[in-house]
Design a protein. Structure first.
Ligand code: AMP
Length: 222
């Protein structure tokens, strides 16, 4: 069967991370999240982490050349068993660079999964989001941990991401609308965009994505 090369696109807080966790289990795909990779660099205080940190804490995008170099290295390491990109590309320049790289390697995108949700919805989700250092995610109202501020899965303390503070959330949304949203049309023109309603319950969104991917795979075999 041919490899599944997927991109998750959508505003911050629409549920890309949640769907990614489910999809990598369904299809046994490597999950490549630029946000997670950059946070890891920042924590380890690598040169890239130090350069990226100031953009991240302000809700701005890290410069394209830094992110592109980081992600290509990761895709290369993963080999050609498919991938699920989460949070990349976020600009047209990143999308062009990815397209060129895949062409060079004779690979192609299977689908770009757009998980969309209105601004009011994502503001509510992001401001209530709490995470542990291993990346398990909760919401103070919609998905609270059993004990306040403690991760159910590993007992680690939960905290709010710096960029989930209200003033930064608005900046991240503005950045999404200005720089990332044009990718919807970009991938629509390539015929690979599939859209999902991120304001629905995570299980429903997941079912819908799974059905869409199953159909795509069937079509590929015809
Ligand atoms: P995320 O966890 O995907 O919301 O990403 C957190 C932050 O990392 C973003 O607000 C950006 O500062 C940075 N970042 C993540 N992915 C990218 C990307 N593809 N291009 C530029 N900056 C990124």
């Amino acid at each position: 069967m041919s490899e599944l090369n997927l991109i998750l696109l959508g505003p911050p807080g629409a549920g890309k991370g949640t769907q990614a966790q489910r999809l990598i289990k369904d299809w046994d795909l490597p999950h490549i999240s630029t946000g997670d990779l950059l946070r890891d660099h920042r924590e380890r205080a690598t040169e890239l982490g130090q350069q990226a940190g100031k953009y991240m804490s302000e809700g701005k995008l890290v410069p394209d050349d830094l992110v592109i170099a980081m992600i290509f290295e990761k895709i290369e390491q993963q080999g050609d068993d498919g991938f699920l990109l989460d949070g990349f590309p976020r600009t047209i320049a990143q999308a062009d660079a990815l397209g060129d790289e895949l062409d060079k390697r004779g690979r192609r995108l299977t689908a770009v999964l757009l998980i969309d949700a209105p601004d009011e919805e994502v503001i509510g989700r992001l401001s209530g989001r709490r995470v542990c250092s291993d990346g398990h995610v909760y919401h103070v109202d919609n998905d609270p941990p059993k004990h306040p501020d403690v991760c159910d899965q590993d007992g680690k303390p939960l905290r709010q991401r710096d960029d989930d503070k209200p003033e930064v959330i608005q900046r991240r949304l503005d950045t999404y609308h200005e720089q990332t949203k044009p990718l919807i049309e970009y991938y629509e023109e390539q015929g690979v965009l599939r859209a999902f309603d991120g304001s629905r319950a995570p299980g429903e969104v997941h079912d819908h994505i799974r059905a869409t991917l199953a159909t795509l795979r069937l079509e590929e075999r015809l």
